[in-house]
Design a protein around this ligand. Structure first.
Ligand code: SAM
Length: 246
């Protein structure tokens, strides 16, 4: 049986009618067992089925960061654990970062905890995710000296910051390229973009980078790396392109 434990909630991939849920509850030391039926729309709203227990709010720990969330309202973005820490460790002292699809703080919180970034702008469109983003800023004590993470409720397409950023994180895989223009316009000369996309395997080396170059237009784009994050569906991968844009 495939499962994932988020805080003290167990998420089952497939539910076998013969499973002993009380035994699973004890074995995994959880309060609730759920199944995610689907995740809907751009706001990534999950539809869940509660198999045992009742509470769906929890605090999950990953890479020494705390993530408070309610699994009936917001998704846990799985499979990116390594990537979230990798990015946080690449952020240089005093950087200004823009996280265009912040969710509950999947990238912003590790950056706040593990780096000395001066400022992190975290944009999120879904009010439920935005609520937990703010909670997570609090419980990880990131803004204790000043508003280091500035959470912005809104659409990344209309971003208009007072300053340009050193690093841009585009961690949303559905239609990320539609947001390249507002993202690249926010990026300083010589800044770095981490651009996520789901792409057919045979286009990994060509499509994402050509999309970035097209929008960057006359700005020079220097490829740093293309990395596979995970298999998305048969023949399609979730990848991230790291590039510097002058
Ligand atoms: C999949 S989650 C983030 C995943 C996370 N970056 C990771 O890889 O671990 C994507 C988030 O982007 C948000 N989102 C989608 N469209 C958006 C938009 N136009 N502006 C801002 N946020 C958006 C969704 O509500 C969702 O919380």
């Amino acid at each position: 049986m495939k499962w994932k434990k988020i805080g003290d909630i167990l998420i089952l991939d497939k539910f076998d009618e013969n499973s002993d849920l009380d035994k699973l509850l004890k074995e995994h030391r959880v309060k609730t067992i759920i199944q995610i039926e689907n995740i809907q729309g751009t706001r990534r709203k999950p539809n869940i089925k509660i198999l045992k227990g009742s509470e769906t709010d929890t605090i999950h720990k990953e890479n020494t960061c705390l993530f408070k969330l309610d699994l009936s309202k917001v998704m846990w973005s799985k499979g990116n654990t390594h990537e979230r820490l990798r990015i946080a460790k690449e952020v240089l002292d005093n950087e200004i970062v823009l996280d265009m699809f912040a969710g509950i703080g999947y990238f912003s919180i590790p950056i706040g905890v593990h780096s000395k970034a001066q400022k992190i702008y975290s944009v999120e469109i879904n009010p439920d995710s935005f609520y937990f983003l703010n909670e997570n800023i609090k419980i990880n004590k990131i803004n204790k000296d000043y508003e280091r993470i500035e959470a912005i409720l809104g659409d990344s397409k209309n971003i208009n910051l007072d300053e340009k950023v050193d690093r841009l994180i585009m961690g949303y895989v559905k239609t990320t390229h539609y947001y390249l223009e507002s993202g690249i316009n926010s990026l300083k000369k010589g800044g770095i973009i981490h651009y996520h996309e789901t792409v057919p395997d045979k286009l990994i080396e060509s499509r994402p980078l050509s999309r970035i170059k097209k929008i960057a237009n006359s700005r020079e784009v220097e490829l740093i790396n293309i990395r596979k994050i995970k298999k998305y569906s048969p023949g399609v991968s979730h990848i991230v392109v790291d590039a510097r844009i002058y």
